[in-house]
Design a protein around this ligand. Structure first.
Ligand code: TXE
Length: 496
């Protein structure tokens, strides 16, 4: 175990000055994998100053040069993908096959996508909309971006924040979760090796209350992008509002999974298990509420339970392990408490609902859990669990299924399962969520946006839509008449 420098400021790794030490653990065993010291408000000052110093140069770098550096960056990450996956797996308690097959390749594809997108910032065509003027759109970077990322997909979440920001010419200070900073630090160091100048990407590692709060309230920051809990997001938005900073929030979800009676039931059952248990359910788009039409409900529940029995929990470095641990014992206990309260409220726990007996005692494992007979207004149906828990409930009419799907405060993602194109089209129109999958649940692609409606937040990650968050749109309107006396002046004064 090593004592790490957990800050990366102006191109240099260094120790934080908060005076508090951080223990970075492997939550599947409880072992400490690294220690370090947390960032103080002074470290945040230094990081924002470094980002300011770098801003003019980076914003003025031609897109083709920014793009070339990002392509080199993607290549460096590809060469390090084995090491990145091993660290991500260990620090996140996630199976190596997930880190190797999803987290790391997803990030590399994102870097490559934004390398291309950097050369493709668009606006309305330059034209004479008034007759007397030429109007043009400039798309300008907003300045220094402060980003706060969570622990569930540490590197992917860092990438989703950093890439559109720097591709558009901003500089950034990113605070990863204090539980999982290791791959974000490697990400920033790889960017430096690829030729992205010092100060463009800075990482500060520390607690939300100290380093996070200092970053969000910093006068030098123009915009805040945040992914995390609704409670912390509310606090971040309130702090940012006092200086009218631009805010982008991704605050989790409670994705419905609507199965109509004509669906391919085997596909739906497999999709529900994979969609609910990916990353041990610590995924803001995870399938959490399966609403199943009454004629196929019993069959669906039966098949999901059988598939859950096949999921292998085990050491995260074993290629055969399907599901690892949760991020911490605290998170595991939070999930266990929610399931216990659901049980006390009369819900039926069909599978799981307990800490497994065959995994390491110090590990934060929890069994794949299937719940039925829960009330629609109960906590387990309404609130984000962020664990391997799927609730199944029946519905009768299509109207009812879609109404139930929309009946939580969230709106991040959803899926609808049917062979009838009119049913799926209706679901995609009526479900209020940033993404509706049809006959699948979970896949994401760099070209398409990710972001919520309602209490899931606002703003988009990934895709060129994310540039709307990370650029200011400026209208430049130029007179083309060359005349001193313009007709519209007569509305204000009549000159002689
Ligand atoms: O998140 P926090 P927690 C949900 C999920 C989970 C719950 C609690 O339901 O069970 O949140 O997780 C930083 N100013 N999601 O408590 O605290 C913090 O340091 C600035 C959904 O771990 O929101 C970390 O970097 N920053 C979610 C980040 O916010 C602050 C992913 C997330 O931590 C801060 C994670 C503050 N005042 C949890 N307070 C998703 N949307 O995918 C905290 N932070």
């Amino acid at each position: 175990m090593t004592h790490h420098e957990l800050q990366f400021i102006a191109g240099q790794r260094r120790h934080g000055r908060a005076g508090t030490s951080l223990r970075i653990t492997d939550p599947s065993t409880g072992e400490v994998v690294a220690t370090g010291t947390a960032a103080s408000a002074d470290d945040v000052d230094d990081a924002v100053a470094a980002a300011h110093t770098a801003f003019a140069g980076w914003a003025g770098t031609p897109p083709a040069e920014r793009s070339a550096a990002m392509l080199r960056w993607a290549e460096i990450l590809r060469q390090r993908s084995g090491e990145l996956a091993a660290i991500e797996s260990r620090n996140g308690g996630k199976p190596i096959k997930l880190a190797e097959g999803f987290d790391i390749p997803g990030v590399i594809d994102n870097v490559a996508f934004f390398a291309g997108a950097a050369r493709n910032l668009e606006g309305k065509a330059v034209a004479e909309y008034s007759g007397d003027h030429t109007s043009a759109i400039r798309r300008e970077p907003v300045g220094v971006v402060a980003s706060i990322a969570p622990w569930n997909y540490p590197l992917q979440m860092a990438a989703w924040k950093v890439l559109p920001a720097v591709a558009a010419g901003n500089t950034i200070v990113l605070k990863p979760s204090e539980l999982t900073p290791l791959t974000s630090l490697m990400f920033a160091e790889s960017a430096r090796e690829a030729g992205i100048p010092d100060g463009v990407i800075n990482i500060i590692t520390g607690s939300g209350q100290t380093a996070g709060q200092a970053l969000v309230e910093h006068h030098g920051v123009a915009m805040v992008s945040f992914t995390g809990s609704t409670a912390a997001g509310r606090q971040v938005a309130a702090t940012a509002a006092s200086e009218v900073k631009r805010v982008h929030l991704e605050l989790g979800g409670k994705a419905p999974f609507v199965v109509f009676d004509d669906a391919d039931l085997e596909a739906a059952a497999r999709g529900a298990v994979a969609g609910a248990l990916i990353n041990a359910g610590q995924d803001c788009t995870a399938a959490t509420r399966a609403y199943v039409q009454r004629p196929v409900y019993d069959m669906f529940v039966h098949r999901v339970a059988a598939l859950m029995d096949e999921v292998r929990l085990g050491p995260v470095d074993e290629p055969g392990t399907d599901m690892g641990s949760l991020i911490s014992r605290g998170q595991r206990d939070r999930v266990a408490d929610m399931v216990d309260r659901a049980r006390q409220d009369g819900a039926k726990v069909v599978r799981g609902g307990k800490i497994p007996s065959h995994t390491p005692e110090a590990g934060a494992y929890y069994e794949p859990t299937l719940i039925t007979d829960a009330a629609q207004d109960s906590e387990i149906v309404q609130h984000e669990v962020f664990g391997p828990v799927l609730v199944c409930l029946p519905f009768d009419t299509d109207d009812e299924g879609l109404t139930l799907a929309n009946d939580t405060p969230y709106g991040l993602a959803a899926s609808a399962w049917s062979r009838d194109v009119f049913r799926t089209q209706r679901a995609s129109r009526e479900i209020q969520a940033g993404c509706v999958w049809i006959n699948d649940h979970i896949p994401i692609i760099s070209e398409m946006p990710h972001g919520g409606y309602r209490a899931s937040g606002f703003g988009k990650d990934m895709s060129t839509y994310s540039f709307e968050e990370y650029t200011n749109v400026k209208h430049v309107m130029s007179d083309i008449t060359g005349e001193a006396h313009k007709a519209w002046h007569d509305l204000v004064f009549t000159s002689r």
